[in-house]
Design a protein around this ligand. Structure first.
Ligand code: TYD
Length: 204
């Protein structure tokens, strides 16, 4: 089973992913993330997330994320699924639609086609979308003094509002696959709700 975790920066999806993995027991579980969990991905991640890469053209950024995805699916996700493992992936195709599509303004239809190519057509069985107001996410990140701040600060609030709206639109469009969690709730509540959803959808 392939499960992805999505949300704006500071939504707490990584924390939820890890806590849910603890609850599930880590045997036969592959924890991974985009960008960055293949050898190529680690190098692409440095480029794409480096604050100095500000000014990266939206199209160039798109192709870096897609290159990372193709290598990641080929090298990490598909082999894990073929070994019968459950895969938890921190960000995937929906992030590209929300960030490069809804927020950066590139064509959603074009991104859908490119996502399908880069992902070998592999779609998640279930996606958790952690939704919360941008102001709450931003203050959480500031409290944690996140290293990501450079790039975060380089975009104004409206960028992240557009990302959030993009994710919510995807959740409406793919209501069967995307389960929206209210990320302002406690971690304990989120883990419990996500765990229930997961068990309900796991193949018997
Ligand atoms: P990261 O440090 O992994 O942040 P997070 O913990 O919030 O996931 O940075 C990933 C950043 O890359 C994040 O701002 C979202 C962005 N991103 C895209 O813009 N497009 C994509 O396709 C992906 C996978 C990520």
């Amino acid at each position: 089973m392939f499960v992805t975790f999505e949300g704006i920066d500071g939504s707490g999806k990584t924390t939820l992913l890890q806590a849910l993995a603890e609850t599930m027991g880590k045997a036969h579980l592959c924890l991974t993330r985009e960008p960055g969990d293949s050898a190529l991905g680690k190098r692409l991640r440095e480029i794409v997330l480096d604050a100095k890469t500000k000014g990266l053209d939206a199209r160039a950024e798109l192709f870096l994320f897609l290159a990372d995805r193709a290598q990641h699916v080929a090298q990490v996700i598909r082999p894990a699924l073929e070994r019968g493992e459950m895969v938890f992936c921190d960000r995937y195709c929906d992030s590209t639609l929300a960030y490069q599509g809804a927020a950066r303004g590139l064509s959603q239809d074009c991104i859908m086609d490119l996502n399908a190519l880069a992902s070998f057509g592999l779609e998640p069985d279930l996606t958790f979308l952690l939704d919360l107001p941008v102001s709450v996410a931003k203050s959480r990140m500031q409290q944690r003094n996140e290293a990501f701040e450079g790039r975060f600060d380089s975009y104004d609030g409206s960028f992240h509002e557009a990302v959030r709206a993009g994710f919510l639109e995807l959740a409406t469009r793919y209501a069967e696959r995307i389960y929206v969690l209210d990320a302002t709730r406690s971690l304990k509540e989120l883990v419990s709700e996500a765990h229930k959803q997961l068990l309900a959808r796991m193949p018997q």
